[in-house]
Write a protein that binds this ligand. Sequence first.
Ligand code: 5AD
Length: 347
Amino acid sequence: MSTKLIDKLERDRSLTREEWTELIRNRTPSTAGYLLERSQEIRIRHYGHDVYIRGLIEFTNYCKNDCYYCGIRKGNHNADRYRLSKEDILNCCAQGYELGFRTFVLQGGEDGWYTDERLADIVASIRSGWPDCAITLSAGERSRESYRILREAGADRYLLRHETYDSRHYGMLHPPALSAEHRRKCLWDLKDLGYQVGTGFMVGSPFQTPENLADDMLFLTELNPQMVGIGPFIPHHDTPFADRKAGTPELTLFMLGLIRLLLPKALLPSTTALGSIIPNGREQGILAGANVVMPNLSPAQFREKYLLYDNKLCTGSEAAESLRDLKARMESIGYHVTVARGDSLNR
Ligand code: 5AD
């Protein structure tokens, strides 16, 4: 039965809520095996054996939000806070460019210090310094006007996970000040302003049901984003979810496979979270249909401070060293890291 649904998904690129739920709830090792064969084939059809890299610059761990799962939540008074200066950020880009990165991702908490003026100034400097590179922002919820200013300054892409579509589930993961509706409004604004948009969700977050994941898949169908980032929820010891169970690599890989079938041309990162819960997680993600990895370019002394969850990968090593390691890992499974902007074929 499930393999029929997988065939239907590949053919129609849409399923009903009931079908998604059934496919996810009743998955078995054998249906997962079938799915991952299909998703790998489709990935290779569109993107060959190329792996795109994104240089991740974690520019601030200050955050005004208090998401129950996140290690840099405002309420975590044990977090050692830092902010990168414009100069720090431009140095990361210079180093990254030398290493072969052609996309820079500026990711941070929702930090009021980075006003539109300051952030736009940083974006404009990257834009003029490295005109052949894509600039991706991942700086949370901002006003439409703010997104417009940043786009004008030269940002091409924006990552903002919807986290979970269902408002009730969203409310179990976030304080009342945040809402699923507002999050989704930001995503529609970003799309409308001409950004290449990335969204996504955590797999196995507390209270998540197969129905929630089905709703996430329906939302992806509707939004049709250029990128989708998913990774397992991993508890952080200084959060209200410290004692919750982590999401499994098995379900994460299954969801990756489903997303590749739903959005054959999308950019799908094999995430750090997946690489952090199992030794070969990022390789397995690529084999399940992912085509992007996002190595860290942040200065080494700040790495361990940007801790969204426990045991996060690559907090110690230098950018050059972790890139070497990553390239070898990709070669070991027959894939190759490429020097390219890596724009989405999903237009
Ligand atoms: N485990 C896994 N992913 C997390 N994120 C935040 N906290 C955690 C956690 N404990 C993810 C969120 C966010 C992205 C930057 O990191 O989905 O959007």
